[in-house]
Every structure is written in C-alpha cells, then in structure tokens.
Design a protein around this ligand. Structure first.
Ligand SMILES: Cc1ncc(COP(=O)(O)O)c(C=O)c1O
Length: 390
C-alpha cells in the first residue's frame, strides 16, 4: 500500500541521538519541574522563543504575555471556537479547508460558510460580498479561518497583495481573522510572505505549531492573541487541558536553544521539495489530459481536479484495491457535497514511491473517466510500467 493520504512530516533529518540525550538531561537535571504541572500559559522561555520564531514570519511586535502554549495548534483552534462561537454562529473559510478545523467547528454546532478562492487564495471581493450577504440575512459571523501558506488541502498560498485587504475587510465588518500557519516556514524558494498578523495586530488571532517544523508527537502549538482575549483563552483552554506538558515544552526549548534547528529544517524542506518535484513530474507523466493540479511552493499537499462527472469519494475504495490511498475532496468542504477533487500528500514518502503511487492512481482515474464517458481514458503520456508489478 502506498499512502498519498496522510500529511505526516518527515523526521529523518532530526538528530535523534542528541535529542535523546537532551531529554535525559532535562529529566535528570530539572525533573522536579519537567515532570510537574506547569503554568497554564506555558513556560516563559518557550513563549519568548515563539516570539522570535514569529518574527521570521514578519510578526515583530509579539509579546510573550500574549502567547499561550497549547496542545498542538488544534487545541488552540478548539479554545478559540469555544470562546467566540455560540451554536448557529457563522465561520467563514476558504473553499476547501483543513478537515480537523471543520471537525472542531462542527463540534461547536457552528454554521461554516466557504468563500470563493482561486489560484491566489481567498478572493477579497468575494469575501466582501459574502459577508454582506450573510449579515443581511441576519447571520452572526464570528471569524474567518484561513491557512494563508500552502493551504491544507490545496497547497495554495494567499497572494501578498491580498493579505492586508482580507484583514481590513474582516476588521471593517467586526470579524476576527484566525490565521492558522503551521506550514509558513516550509517554503521551497522565493520570499517568505508576511503573516496577516504582521500588520494587523488587533483583529488577527495567529496560530502556530511545532508539528511540521519539529515533531507532531510532542503536541506543542500556540496562539498569539489580541490582549483582550488572553485571560479568556487561558481560562477556557485550561478547562480542558489544565496546562501544556512541561517536559515537551522544555524539549522544544532545548531544540531551539541548543541545536542548529534551522539547518535540520532546511534539510527537511529540501526533502519536501524533492518529493513535490517527484509528484509533479509523475502527475505530468501519468495523468490524463482532463486532470489538473496545483503547484505548491511549499508545504505538504497537491490538489487535483478531475472532470466534473467524477465523484472522488467513489474512487477511494477502487484506489485502495490498487494499493494506493488518497483523501477525497469532500472531506475538506465546509458544506457537504460531492467533489471531483482530491488531496495528495508528498511529505512522508520517498520520491520513487511517490512515482509508483501516482502511477497506480492514474490508472484508477483513467478507468473512472472512461466509465463516465470521458474521451481520454489514456494517460496523457506513456506512464511506463509499475516497477512493483510483474
Ligand atoms: C492547517 C492545519 N492546522 C492545524 C493542524 C494541526 O496541527 P497540530 O499538530 O499543531 O495540532 C494541521 C495538521 O495537519 C493542519 O494542517
């Protein structure tokens, strides 16, 4: 089975032996605090380091006082939704968005409404129209949830020229922006784009994570909050977690302080870039002409669009029978409907395996297009032979 489904980070560039020694030293030397309950907001050392990290994304005015360390950014999103939303309140999102966020939003019985996007991300004019139409219909819109860099699932990045505009539109309409940015430091080339929070201090709640740049197993993320929300966040966040894990925070701090983490990250990013290139090349080689896909400049994901007649949910089991897995598009849609799109992840498996996986998937897609009456049930170019097969 080749899984192009899960967006796991590749951990092979981590210095595991040295990290093991570091964890051992933390317990041996500071075990009385590392193994104890800690402050609900997180350690001061880590919150200060997080501020330095956010400066790399253009946020230069963050104070550790306004940072809350959380159990992954997932729990930060949960707490924000708990604070801001009553059942029935509206949350705006990109057309396709992170399914873990949709799960949280549905848990709080919110009404999630997509805003139209294109290859440059959310379209500001559409955002304005949508807000007006929803507010005219009496909806209480609480926030826009947006993944500006290398969106999960589409890989699309919100264009620099749109960022301030999106934040301003929300501010004018009295709506928070929740900027979820776990992939921002995973750019393959070119300039990093400043976070929406960089120039919009009061209206943007920024979520960050160590899951994609260090380790998802440690479950350490954070929220940078507008000052009036900090106390509420700590009280309501603490009601489900009490405090973030002290030992894990200390290990993250040690990694940022004592290791050349930027070199390890650069090695991981180079691996992701190779894998992205391998996936794009395999798609080019194998997919029929009717299929298109995004070309992300970072992150983990590529988003495929098939002919409208194909429901990608129906292809999941056919693909599993052919030993390849992917996520069907409907899983990422705020409003339940069939989807002719699907997500592929290139982050977690070697380039050669990606090529085989894409080839298997192309056969499933070609068959489906053939059955749906498409006129090109053949790959665009010669797909070659699957080396896994006789
Ligand atoms: C956009 C997005 N936000 C949040 C998360 C969850 O991150 P964490 O591990 O920090 O909870 C993910 C994980 O895949 C993600 O893709």
């Amino acid at each position: 089975m080749i899984s192009l489904a899960g967006g796991n980070p590749d951990l092979t560039s981590l210095p595991l032996t040295a990290l093991g020694k570091s964890a051992q030293a933390i317990i041996a030397q500071t075990g009385q605090s590392a193994l104890q309950y800690g402050a609900g907001q997180g350690t001061e050392e880590l919150r200060t380091q997080i501020c330095a990290l956010m400066a790399m994304e253009g946020i230069i005015d963050a104070s550790p006082d306004n940072v809350a360390v959380t159990i992954g950014s997932q729990s930060a999103l949960d707490t924000i939704t708990k604070i801001l939303c009553n059942p029935g309140d509206t949350i705006l999102t990109d057309e396709a968005t992170y399914m873990g966020a949709l799960g949280t939003f549905s848990g709080y019985q919110t009404d999630v409404q997509p805003v139209r996007t294109d290859g440059d991300g959310l379209i500001p004019e559409e955002l304005e129209l949508r807000i007006r139409a929803l507010q005219d219909a009496g909806k209480r819109i609480k926030f826009l949830y947006i993944i500006p860099n290398f969106n999960n699932p589409t890989g699309i990045t919100l264009a620099a020229r749109r960022r301030d505009r999106v934040a301003q539109i929300c501010r004018a309409a009295n709506i928070f922006v929740v900027e979820d940015n776990p992939y921002g430091l995973l750019r393959f080339g070119g300039e990093r784009l400043p976070a929406l929070r960089a120039t919009n201090r009061r209206g943007v709640i920024y979520l960050g994570s160590f899951s994609k740049i260090f380790s998802p197993g440690l479950r350490i993320g954070w929220a940078l909050l507008p000052p009036p929300l900090v106390q509420k966040f700590l009280i309501l966040g603490g009601s489900s977690t009490l405090c973030p894990p002290a030992l894990n925070q200390m290990l993250v701090s040690a990694y940022l302080r004592d290791f050349d983490w930027q070199a390890h990250l650069a090695a991981a990013v180079a691996t992701y870039q190779l894998r992205r290139d391998a996936m794009l090349a395999a798609l080019d080689r194998c997919m029929p002409a009717e299929v298109t896909w995004t070309k992300p400049e970072g992150g983990f994901f590529i988003w495929l669009t098939l002919p409208k007649s194909i429901d990608t949910h129906a292809l999941v089991h056919r693909a599993l029978d052919d030993n390849v897995a992917f996520f069907h598009g409907a899983a990422f849609l705020p409003v339940p409907q069939r989807s002719n799109q699907l997500r592929l992840a290139f982050s977690a498996i070697p380039a050669e395996t990606i090529a085989v996986g894409v080839q298997r998937l192309s056969r499933v897609i070609c068959d489906a297009i053939g059955m749906a009456g498409g006129n090109a049930a053949q790959p665009a170019r010669d797909a070659g032979t699957d080396p896994d097969e006789p």
